[in-house]
Design a protein around this ligand. Structure first.
Ligand code: CTP
Length: 406
């Protein structure tokens, strides 16, 4: 993945919806990731959010009408259309969608939408009846047929008092779609199953044994694989991550549940994933039985018998060679600071679990952090260190390495 991917020029068009305030959050997400964002606001949009806010968030002058100085100075709408590597209209009202479908150009935003050759992302926001109106649906179809990417609105309580579809999609959802649209689709057509997070092994109805995994690394892998065009199925323990809707998320709690969920994905040859990444911190042991009632503190000491959980990655590694088998990636986590020890454990796991690649990392570099430092060790004897960086960047290095394995 080139670092340049995140330093792209995005024009953010804002139209007159109560959801316009969410455009500030979308702009912030883009700017934080290094995107250069320039806003164009319709007159109506300025009734809901000021151009000063958008200018402050993006650090760039905001285009609001055809007759302002920037137009005269030659950085007007045509330059903006050429500068854009993506145009995102969020929120997009029924009126602006109708005008885009019809090819109107009576505002700077519509003129840019008509003049640009960059991909366009449209995130509608409106009353449910306006959205489901045949004319709006027809207009959305026209845009889709033209290759415009529509981020479907959410369902829920609408500002107009109605309940239903029409709420602007979450800024994170629109953000991930913009990244997806701007990315090389080098994982297109690949099915990838990713596990992440901890598992919880019940002691009784209110207690469990677990670990400190946050699931951030696996969630980053899922987002980046989606961005690069993969069809992603994320099987996760209890985590607090927001993921794009296009990712199939399946929540499990215990290691046994995770085992069943993962094995189900490889049960049929026709739907066999191409890649399985076991990023989950699966509990190696569970209480031999979970008490039906809350355990009382009657004794001075308490012995709990633990039994081993199924080793999912190991079992995947035993799938018959002659059958179609997914490429297997696992993780190895160690405490301490000894790199040679970590690499030794990583190599041993690669062999023992019959995996194609193992990602070695130290607990203190990885757990509950947004960054990680890893060593990628693969079946061809390749060994690569990825110095401490954001987990989404680490995820891309892992995906790059997967591509070299076929
Ligand atoms: N894993 C698994 N099923 C388990 C335990 C772990 O699939 N029951 C996977 C993890 O998702 C990870 C890799 O195996 O990809 C980690 O291997 P493991 O041997 O469990 O590592 P550690 O837990 O670090 O093992 P040990 O405690 O023996 O070092």
């Amino acid at each position: 993945m080139s670092e340049k991917t995140e330093k792209r020029n995005v024009v953010l068009g804002i139209t007159g919806s109560i959801a316009a305030y969410k455009a500030a959050e979308l702009a912030r997400l883009l700017v934080t990731r290094g995107f250069d964002v320039r806003c164009i606001m319709t007159e109506c949009a300025q009734q809901f959010i000021t151009s000063t806010t958008m200018q402050a968030v993006t650090g760039r002058a905001v285009a609001t009408n055809f007759w302002e100085e920037s137009e005269a100075a030659g950085i007007g709408h045509i330059q903006l259309a050429d500068w854009a590597e993506a145009l995102v209209v969020a929120p997009a009202t029924a009126d602006s969608i109708a005008k885009m479908a019809a090819g109107f150009a009576d505002s700077p935003l519509l003129a840019v939408a008509l003049a640009t050759r960059a991909p366009i992302v449209v995130a509608p926001a409106m009353n449910v009846n306006m959205l489901t109106h045949p004319k709006t649906q027809e207009n959305l179809e026209i845009l889709r047929a033209r290759g415009v990417h529509i981020v479907d609105p959410d369902e829920g309580a609408l500002a107009c008092g109605w309940n239903g579809a029409g709420r602007l999609a979450e800024p994170t959802e629109i953000f991930e779609r913009v990244r997806n649209v701007l990315s090389a689709q080098d994982f297109a057509g690949r099915r990838i199953v990713i596990t992440t997070g901890p598992t919880r092994e019940a002691l009784d109805p209110v207690r469990f044994i677990s670990n400190r995994s946050s699931g951030k690394m696996g969630a980053a892998l899922a987002r980046e694989a989606y961005r690069r065009g993969a069809q992603v199925h994320l099987i996760h323990g209890p985590i607090h991550e927001q993921l794009p809707r296009a990712i199939k998320c399946q929540e499990v709690v215990s290691a046994e549940e995770m085992h069943r969920a993962v094995m189900a994905t490889v049960a049929s040859k026709s739907s066999m994933p191409d890649i399985v990444v076991m990023a989950a911190a699966v509990a190696d042991y569970r209480p031999s039985e979970a008490a039906q009632e809350k355990i009382k503190k009657t004794e001075k000491s308490l012995n709990i018998k633990l039994v081993q959980n199924p080793d999912i990655l190991h079992e995947l590694g035993q799938l018959k060679r002659d059958e179609r088998k997914p490429l297997l990636v696992g993780f190895a986590v160690e405490t301490g600071e000894e790199i040679e020890n970590l690499l030794g454990q990583t190599r041993a796991k690669l062999k023992h679990k019959n995996a194609d690649m193992i990602v070695g990392n130290f607990a203190h570099d990885a757990f509950d952090l947004d960054t990680n430092r890893v060593w990628l060790v693969d079946r061809n004897g390749r060994q690569q260190e990825v110095a401490t960086t954001d987990k989404w960047r680490v995820a891309n290095k892992i995906l790059d390495a997967i591509l070299t394995l076929g």
